[in-house]
Design a protein around this ligand. Structure first.
Ligand code: GTP
Ligand code: SPV
Ligand code: MN
Length: 593
């Protein structure tokens, strides 16, 4: 093996490029110490103790929550910040109109002036990590240099962190270079900058989730999407799950829903009582890397090794698997903290505590007007805690995808489910997706915006070219996945969700699987294929009826006129690189309407 193990924190990789790069960055950041992470249990114990001693983590009640810790981020630093996120390419056109842009040279100079000497008095942790199963042709290595123990311990959960990454890397210099400096966590000096041509990331001034766990959104999506276009694969903001029938027939699907729109919940779904014997296996809950296989099908891996999931709303009814997953070895961020060192959030099972500390550390009671948990509070848990972790999770080739499902959070306009007529139409449906903004990113919650393929904040290059890449992928697939659109969030006149969602979403999934396997009827509508009257099972759903289903599936032409105008807005923004095929699809949709 390509390393010599010494004591904790000592450099043990023999990769010369890695050593030279770390030394160079250390000269710039000037930390007091460099700590080389190996990913071992002993290291985890040591660093956790240190984080507790420094007040970065609070040890939770170990009887109730073994191995669990609590973290509060700065109140100005609770979500991704899209305004501070940059794609740094030579030309602005390469980044495209949906990204913030700066030329690499200018951005390197600007950031260096801010972070130079920024680790003085601190420790620089060298965090090697592998995205994807060891030995997978799709797997990638990253190294994150960070002065945050919270990041180190979270990366240990979220990725295959440690020696295994150096093992995969060998003597190669093909690794993502990530630098993270917390500085004083000042929003004025917060930048998350990507340099796709250098396979490099610099993140400064934040210590929250997607801004700083560089393997996740920065490498796996923004840099990943850029690499995918060059190397004929796809990096997508998608969950991947396997559904198994009582007869043992397994079908894998991938689904792109925007941030905080239901991926984790869908990926961990527990079938309702009526679907006895059905099983849903989780491959991934946030990111899919997909590549055509030799058999002409599209194969997906989950590059991550853990879940960084939304906490509020999670309970034994909505997501029992997540409740079990986060019952041990979990870092909770920005939830409520009870006097007996348990956690509390809006929507948890049971009665709220009489009193607790809220996500800011202030006293909270059930009468408080503020929420105990921040709406974007999260749990970080290892995927191995998942009782329904797909057995294929470490298969280097991934799983074959039969369906791609797009979905947004829409109070109106969008029906529960419909199927695209073909791949190009499916790409149009994904490209024009709209969704209400959520607490996962700073600003604008509730407003509907276009979020193509749920990738608006994550596409590392020109969005028009990204659509072209989607169209091109069809040529590499003999058996392309079928494409669908879903919406769990349609509301009635009283503002209530019409569809019960969560486990009941299995009924929609079942129709999708049956369509892929040529077993279910469908009716043609202007939007696409919808379930035929006898092909959608609603038996056993409490307080539900065929009238409610019709309400869910209703296509309101007035709404759709507005919707198509919003498609145009996005297309105008992207006009210089928009594939003609999508403009034709728009014309066809208008004609059908
Ligand atoms: P990111 O991790 O931000 O990418 O989000 P995600 O897509 O994984 O979203 P997640 O599954 O965590 O869901 C976010 C919110 O949507 C939670 O508050 C859920 O309770 C809610 N939610 C998820 N599925 C459903 C559903 O089927 N119906 C309804 N009404 N709400 C849902
Ligand atoms: C998202 O916002 O889509 C997330 C959470 O999955 S974060 O990692 O913070 O980006
Ligand atoms: Mn996400």
């Amino acid at each position: 093996m390509d390393m010599m193990k010494t004591e904790l924190g000592r450099c043990f990789t023999t990769n010369k490029t890695v050593r030279a790069w770390v030394e160079k960055k250390a000269r710039l950041c000037q930390p007091d110490r460099i700590f080389w992470c190996d990913g071992s249990e002993a290291e985890k114990r040591l660093l956790t103790e240190q984080a507790v001693a420094e007040g970065i983590l609070i040890r939770l009640n170990q009887q109730k929550l073994p191995g669990c810790y609590y973290h509060r981020s700065s109140p100005n630093d609770v979500a991704r910040v899209e305004q501070c996120t940059y794609i740094c390419t030579e030309t602005e056109e390469q980044a495209g109109p949906t990204n913030n842009w700066m030329p690499p040279k200018a951005m390197y100079a600007k950031l260096r002036a801010i972070y130079e000497g920024g680790m003085r008095g601190r420790t620089m942790y060298v965090v090697p990590y592998l995205m994807g199963p060891l030995g997978s042709p799709l797997a990638k290595v990253g190294i994150e240099l960070t002065d945050s123990l919270y990041v180190v311990l979270s990366m240990r959960i979220m990725t295959r962190m440690g020696a295994v990454a150096y093992e995969h890397l060998g003597t190669s210099d093909d690794f993502n270079r990530g630098l993270h400096c917390m500085l004083d966590v000042n929003p004025e000096r917060r930048y998350i900058a990507h340099f796709p041509h250098d396979n490099a990331i610099i993140s400064i001034g934040s210590n929250y989730g997607g801004n700083v766990l560089l393997g996740k959104k920065c490498l796996a999506l923004r840099i990943g999407s850029y690499l995918g276009r060059q190397e004929d694969w796809m990096a997508e903001h998608m969950l991947v799950l396997g559904i198994e029938s009582p007869e043992g027939e397994k079908t894998f699907v991938a689904a792109a829903f925007p941030s905080a729109c239901g991926k984790t919940n869908f990926a961990m779904m527990v079938p309702p009582a009526r679907f006895k014997g059905w099983k849903v296996w989780t491959v991934g809950d946030d990111i899919a890397w997909m590549k055509p296989g030799k058999d002409g099908r599209l194969y997906a891996i989950n590059p991550e090794a853990g879940y960084f999931g939304v906490v509020p709303g999670t309970n034994a009814r909505t997501n029992p698997n997540a409740m079990e997953i986060m019952s041990r070895d979990t870092i909770y961020t920005n939830v409520g903290l009870t006097p007996d060192l348990d956690v509390w959030w809006e929507g948890k099972d049971g009665d709220p505590p009489k009193e607790c500390l809220d996500w800011r550390g202030q006293k909270w009671t059930p009468e408080s007007r503020e929420k105990a948990a921040h709406p974007n509070s999260r749990f970080a848990s290892p995927m191995t805690n998942n009782p329904m972790l797909a057995p294929e999770i470490n298969d280097p080739n991934g799983v074959p995808i039969s369906a791609i499902i797009f979905g947004g959070r829409r109070a109106d306009t969008m029906p529960l489910v419909f199927q695209a007529f073909n791949w190009v139409h499916g790409v149009y449906i994904g490209a024009t997706m709209g969704s209400e903004m959520t607490a996962a990113a700073v600003g604008g919650a509730g407003q509907v915006r276009r979020d193509p393929m749920a990738m608006l904040p994550f596409c590392g290059y020109n969005m028009g070219r990204y659509f072209r890449h989607w169209l091109n992928m069809r040529k590499l697939l003999r058996y392309p996945p079928r494409v669908f659109h879903v919406n769990w969030f349609r509301k009635d006149g009283l503002g209530h969700f019409i569809w019960p969602g969560f486990g009941e979403n299995l009924r929609v999934l079942k129709w999708i699987v049956d369509r892929c396997r040529g077993r279910a009827d469908a009716d043609e509508t202007p939007l696409g294929w919808v379930p035929g009257p006898h092909c959608f099972d609603i038996k056993g759903i409490p307080d539900f009826s065929h009238a409610r289903l019709e309400q869910l599936q209703y296509i309101n032409l007035e709404d759709w006129r507005r919707e198509i105008l919003m498609h145009d807005e996005l297309f105008l923004k992207l006009y210089s690189h928009l594939p003609k095929e999508l403009i034709f699809q728009r014309e066809l949709l208008v004609a059908r309407m």
